[in-house]
Design a protein around this ligand. Sequence first.
Ligand code: GLN
Ligand code: ZN
Length: 768
Amino acid sequence: MKSIVLGYPRIGEKRALKSVTENFWKKKITENHFSDVSKDLRKKHWKIQKAIGIDLISSNDFSLYDQILDMCITLGCIPERFQGLKGLEQYFAMARGLQNEEVDVTAMEMTKWFDTNYHYIVPEFIKEQRFALNPEKITTEFKEALKLGIKTKPVIIGPVTFLLLGKEKQEGFNRLELLDKILPVYEDLIIEINTLGAEYLQIDEPILAGDLTAAEQAAVSKSYHRLRKHTSGLKIIVANYFDCYGSNLDLALKLPVEVLHLDLVRCPCQLEDVLNHESFNNELILSLGVVNGRNIWKNDFEDSLKSIQKVINKIGKNRVWVGSSCSLLHCPNDLDLETNNSAIAPEIKQWLAFSKQKLYEIATLKTLVLQPKDPKAQQRFEANKKANQNRRESAIIHNPAVKKRVENLTDADSRRASGFNIRQPKQREKLALSLFPTTTIGSFPQTKEVRATRSRFKKGVISQSEYDRFIAKETIATIRFQEDIGLDVLVHGEFERNDMVEYFGEQLAGFAFTQFGWVQSYGTRCVKPPLIFGDVSRPKAMTVKWSSFAQSKTKKPVKGMLTGPVTILQWSFVRNDQPRSTTCNQIALAIRDEVNDLEKAGLSVIQIDEPAIREGLPLRQKDKKAYLNWAIKAFRISASGVRDETQIHTHMCYSEFNDIIKSIADMDADVITIETSRSEMELLKAFVDFKYPNEIGPGVYDIHSERVPTQQEIEKLLDKASDLLPVRNIWVNPDCGLKTRDWPETKSALENLVQTAKKMREKQSIVL
Ligand code: GLN
Ligand code: ZN
């Protein structure tokens, strides 16, 4: 038996990698310095896994931005517009775009990694796509670890997953047709890895967790039979995670590989299917992912041991490994850093395990199987049992009033009083907006000063009233700025907020929050998901103060700004002792109360952000409907308590909408603002084909890049939108919040946006 970890978080304790990367971007540090810091991080991560007793440790799980982007480089899959660039300049230009005197290139698209809140860079393919091997990252990292005496298993993304996660950038071909071109590069890569002296290679094929067509299945099978020819001594681990193999199980069991990894957290029941399957051969090793890489609750050793033992009884110890369900990338680094008892109560802390603690769990499970009498392992087993029992029985989890309210929900609670066709004219009259109304998505630049002031306040260096004065000043300045440049529906700027979920989590009962529980979202962007440990309720209003303050400073409408129940759920670590839908309804009721309070306070536009609805979608068709039903209903519960005149906005980003457009329409938001700019309005197609009835603000520029869009570019996008949608339904806005931007580019971009909207109005009046 071996212990295995599919991947370790690379961002480092307290987001160590973030600041050096950003300093490198700002040219504050040299490439050498940058490279040294990343090397140290890798070293540290390998050593800790080794020290705790993990047998199979990954290399190439480290990344300066994203592992799919790394794979693009490894396979030489570099879009033409970046080909004049080299090294890290090229790498980061692909991730973030680049604009200077010589170059002006837009970034590659980014989208969500399966059903997680991690974003990957989407590979771009053309018909005549060429690939070329560049194994440097993989070989360098392997050798680095070897120097420390650690023979790692390199981890790479499998060929079919790589192709399917990418996108055709030309008409007239299917990316799967590139398989024959990409396989030779993978073959060379395997030879290269073999030469390094690696014993195992982990190939991630998480597309096996979804429904595959016969052609896709055939492509997987073909790939591994081809690769097999070059493996000689190298043993292959195929890793699927985030769901079971399902209809791909027969295929997976027939792959010519040594190890198959199962995510037993997401799908414990697949174990029986595998063990009893006729294609399960008597040499295949099963890697049992029993320790959750996606959540922070302590493993239940008793439970895990039962599963492990069941497999051992059938196939013997030598063919069973124990490990993480997926990469630990999605878990915070180390619970030991959480020393502030007022942030996270000791009672709750004992229920938790972060990445480092999960290493211990995996190692301990292995010891408990191999040396059940080991005193240390025994002790850990008892402590684990006690902690889990304490959690089950804890008084801080249950709130009967909240449970009752959820049980008493009726259909009417999830329905607006009137339909959209009745609401639209009433809202128009009330808000008096012209065609192409302009707005933003909510946040304005979170400058150094804003962040420093918040951190001084949190540390107690400045008082509540000093902090409030600062936030008031920033808010007023932002309102003035929006008035000056002529935006129509204003926002308060979200200066009082750290993160759109954490901010609410901190104010809701049933939530706990960490100090250093950072998880990478994309590139250097990290989030600190709250923990939902108990029944959720809202002790008092959460956003009314700053929204009504902003509204009191202007005659223009200010948009109240909330995070929706599904997004709060999706971006938190959710309790696993009741259905997610129940927790979601509890949050929905809390948000509903907030929406109603904002309306009472005089806000006539309220935005409920739901950027995460799409990412919660189960990976398999058969499970989607049930999820969408409860998720959409939860949104509607939160939005349905207001009058017809009150305009509800929602916002979504980084989503493919085509497959859930009906559900998005069912949300019945009066206005939806969406991300479309990186894919040039492509996402709009779904809305057009569906004849989406309500108002839409297709994002006209990419806020994830510091590039300032020109008026011509914006006009082009709005022309496209006007061709596709009823003009009266079109809003003009950036594609997401502006918190990660700086003021100068924000000003220029928004000025261009407002000017273009004006021009569109003029053009329209000519048409009329
Ligand atoms: N209102 C949020 C903001 O502007 C929305 C962020 C998001 O969609 N991720 O920051
Ligand atoms: Zn967004």
